[in-house]
Design a binder for this molecule. Sequence first.
Ligand SMILES: Cc1ncc(COP(=O)(O)O)c(C=O)c1O
Length: 393
Amino acid sequence: MKDLFFKYQAQTSPFPLGMEVSHAKGSYIYDTNNNAHLDFVAGVSACTLGHCHPKVIEAIKQQADQYLHVMVYGEYAQGPAVDLCQFIADHLPDPLEQTYLVNSGTEAIEGALKLARRVTGRSQIIAMKNAYHGNTMGSLSLMNYEERKAPFRPLIPDVHHINFNSETDLDFITKKTAAVIAETIQGGAGFIEPTNNYLTKLKAKCQSVGALLILDEIQPGIGRTGKLFGFENYNVIPDIVVTGKGLGGGLPIGAFTASKKHMSLLQDNPKMGHITTFGGNPLIAASALATLQEVVNSNLMQETLEKEKLVKDLLLQHPLIKEVRGRGLMLAAITKSAEVTNHVVLEAQKQGLILFWLLFEPKAIRITPPLTISKDELKKGCGIIIDILNKLL
Ligand SMILES: Cc1ncc(COP(=O)(O)O)c(C=O)c1O
């Protein structure tokens, strides 16, 4: 299979991990030799309830027996999408009431940017340095790494960057600004949390100049930080919240949610200001709803904080781990050097533990397991990391 993978499937990097997957269940992915790999990555924060959670599979099967795609998004009332949007509204503060469902995180970001420009009639977008919001042209424009952008220019104009957590940089937000966009916790940058009420101050500044605040919850959302939405930890309510990844229960999804008043502007002037064929797909919406229901109706969110403490206690004992950043099960262990991190990630794979890197912080080991991972599984995985590090002393 690997040869065919390299021959026919377009590659994203010269050295993909290339595990040949047979099946996956709970916290484990099994390769074609039936080796079990403990999953500390969860499809990069996407498999909220682990692999093939019975309630998610049941919801998908039930919907598959009813109907699949019937019409482009927004024309017909389809139960799974309606129920999903209602559930999201019921669990978000006012005025976040209407959700637009799309197919991926980056597409939801595009929708949010369009909405902000439509609402304010302004063009300027302010994004954060070291942010990651996806890879389509608009989302790529929000990134400040020139070497990743240069080959694809021209990108969307009037995007400016400020430093996350810098109060002085708030001065760059003015009456020209349509929106400020931030990840609630910066992911690719190294799982950087907002400090000193930064998001509250950011929202106040946006409000004072009539700009919208867009919070990207694609990674921190859906229970991963101990709250259904990460921003609930930081005393802020965004004007637009963007979700994806873990919302889908293992199927592709993106969503942006705003007030009914704002969202209604996408209907008109121009008519159909945002359209998508497969957004709100019933199979995916059923999977997402089952995922959200389980996250909300179980103890998973509360346990996430206990699991955070366990991982921090276990890993911070080691001299080669300098820091464990993040919240809940969105954690990054920062080692002494990029070489140490590389060695740990690659060696762990040989020992049956799946780890991964972060985009822009080479010393970070990503630890974003399914929320359903047990404490024993966490102990086992952290034990493997510690053993690998011990051999480097
Ligand atoms: C914070 C954040 N925003 C946006 C995206 C893009 O989502 P997708 O890959 O589904 O387009 C990601 C994906 O890693 C992300 O972590």
